[in-house]
Design a protein. Sequence first.
Length: 381
Amino acid sequence: MAGRKRHSAEDIVRKLRRADELAAEGKTGEQIANELGVSAATLYNWRRSYGGMDTDAAKELKELREQNNRLKRLLADAELEKDALREIAKGKILGPTAKRAAIDMLKEVKSLSERMACKVVGLSRSAYRRLPQAQTPADPDSGLRADLRAYAGKNPRHGFRRAWAHLRFDKGMELNKKKVHRLWKEEGLQVHRAPRRKRAGQSSVPVIEADAPNVVWAMDFQFDSTVDGRKIKIASMVDEHTRMSLLNIVDTSIPAERLVAELAAVFAAAGGPPMVLRMDNGPEFISEALQQFCDGRVGISYIPPGTPWNNGFVESFNNRLRDECLNRNCWTSVLEARVVIADYKDDHNYRHRHSALGYQTPAEYAAGCTHTHHPVACEIA
């Protein structure tokens, strides 16, 4: 089938003049249209648009209309592009993977063509259509990617270093940490954490260095609640040198007498008390019962009020406990909280590989630690 014929402005003017001649001869509109090879509607539209114009004026009018149509299309494309950019998340989209996801979203949500979506996002159509190696059968790291996804699914708040330590030491896989980091990012498994504020100044209390096991044990409390609103109080204590979790008390209330009884049990299980207990100025810690219990047996180091960063080891442990356990669970009873938190602390001692300990677990490090305490490095307040 022949394509539609396009008439120039000059052709239109010539045909209109010929139509006037045929009309003067007495021919009807249908006959004139047939002789000119156009429809009667087209002839009518030509007369309405170009009637009474010479060739130059008609040509100029047609060019202006074509230019106006192009400008309208450009404006419509610009508005569509702005609308699409508003739909995309704020900030610059980095990486082909994120750009492909943005293009797919624009095609689905905004019904944009592939060409327009690629233009808005800034990715060529060939790059958009090319499958990443990770999505092809030829990917040599498919097994490792699956292991990382499985680990992240089980431990959603862990980072790539702990995943690498698990694969390297628990599964015996020889892996480069940088490669694990790259695959971890490509799979979108990063853990986003709030930035920490820098603390200016130094504590007025002399720093007590835990240069060996059983030198400094740090204690602190934190709180949670059950689904019915009952308060849960959690007491934790860690050895600052080995990072071992030594105390697990979970109850609605922990008076000083209960704390003293639990400390006595921990001291007996550990073969003796530490040299120093580090703690804040909470009512249980400054109580007469604890003072009498520690008198002559254990030194007490109180951090200045309002400076939790001076008790950083147990604060770090509590932050991990909050992030990986408390925030991921809803307690129906105090008993459930007690069991789950005890399991978490046991997992911390025997399965969590700590980077500061050479990626050993606290229990492994404590079993092989040969460090001895140097009295000069420790000042008991």
